[in-house]
Design a protein around this ligand. Structure first.
Ligand code: 13P
Ligand code: SF4
Length: 320
């Protein structure tokens, strides 16, 4: 704990010295989120991280999250220096959607409007008509469907299936998934619900359909935090990355939060409800990035950036 305080003090001084601001995702470890709060930074979902970075007055952004979040920040703010604690923090959705194959998929279906999840590379965004995050995906697809557009969706198949079900839109899916949410088990959740019959179930839509069907609230990280505060239930079973408990406990302090089960039937979990890439964002790595930016700075090819900016701005302007 003493060491953590020392780290935090040094990082706070560095942030001031470099005119930098820390932007963290809800899935990062509690000490990172606390540091973002204490240092006048920002914690949020992936949509609001993008917006905040763009509007920040500081000229350096340090993004604690995964690579697509740093890239999005750079695409929106090319004049700013965008740093990440580690450039190795990727995402299984991004990894599972290489541009070459995705481009071929899109080209084989030229009649479809391409809508991609923000959890993708800059190149995949540049190939898309729209970028969305889970906070806004449902409304954007609803809008496109009402215009009679057929959609090509990628890469998260669970989120895509959930949106198709909710909106009735014609959606052709890329078959990607988040390794963290894909592990939540409906069968084990049913058993847990018997133990906590009064608990409400909160689910991120990257989870399998069988888990989403059991939910009292489905939504992005920020929407789930809101539901945790607003639902009358005192006990909440939460099917998303456990990093989210930091904010939920802070904003709904009297309530009991229970991790939704992964696996079931004795099956061992691989990610165990914590994203291995989000977990790479340590205090030491943040200090390193601020001390020596080499190997921490995000660069996006300018031609690609200009292309990716178009669908990203569509999202940001859709609902300001
Ligand atoms: P949110 O957009 O809900 O913050 O989710 C980002 C993410 O990576 C989910 O796994
Ligand atoms: Fe990607 Fe899943 Fe990690 Fe989010 S939690 S960054 S979707 S692997």
């Amino acid at each position: 704990a003493v060491q953590q305080q020392e780290y935090k003090q040094r990082i706070k001084s560095l942030l001031k010295e470099k005119n930098a601001v820390l932007i963290a995702h809800y899935y990062t470890d509690p000490e990172i989120q606390a540091l973002a709060e204490e240092s006048g930074g920002f914690i949020s979902d992936s949509l609001e991280m993008a917006r905040f970075g763009k509007n920040a007055e500081q000229d350096t952004l340090i993004v604690a999250g995964v690579k697509f979040m740093g890239e999005t920040a750079k695409i929106l703010s090319p004049e700013k220096t965008v740093l990440m604690p580690t450039l190795d923090a990727t995402c299984s959705l991004d990894l599972g959607c290489p541009i070459k194959e995705f481009d071929e998929f899109c080209s084989a279906h030229p009649d479809r409007t391409v809508v991609v999840y923000a959890n993708t590379s800059a190149a995949v965004k540049a190939r898309a008509d729209w970028v969305v995050t889970s906070s806004i995906a449902l409304e954007v697809v609803e809008h496109l469907d009402s215009q009679g557009e057929k959609i090509l969706w990628g890469p998260d198949r669970h989120l895509g299936n959930y949106i198709a079900k909710q909106t009735g839109a014609d959606m052709l899916m890329w078959q990607g998934e988040c390794i963290v949410h894909d592990e939540f088990s409906a069968k084990a959740l049913l058993d847990m619900k018997k133990v906590y019959p009064d608990a409400a179930i909160l689910v991120h839509p990257e989870s399998p359909a069988s888990v989403v069907e059991m939910a009292d609230a489905v939504g992005s990280t920020s929407q789930l935090i809101k539901a945790a505060q607003e639902l009358p239930n005192q006990q909440l079973i939460v099917a998303t990355d456990k990093g989210i408990f930091y904010k939920m406990q802070q904003l709904a302090p009297g309530k009991t939060f229970i991790e939704a089960p992964t696996g079931g039937n004795g099956a061992t979990c691989r990610s165990c409800a914590h994203c291995p890439w989000m977990a790479m964002n340590g205090l030491g790595a943040i200090e390193n990035a601020l001390t020596d930016t080499s190997g921490h700075e995000i660069f996006v090819d300018e031609a690609l950036r200009e292309k990716a900016l178009i669908p990203l701005n569509r999202m940001l302007n859709f609902k300001a």
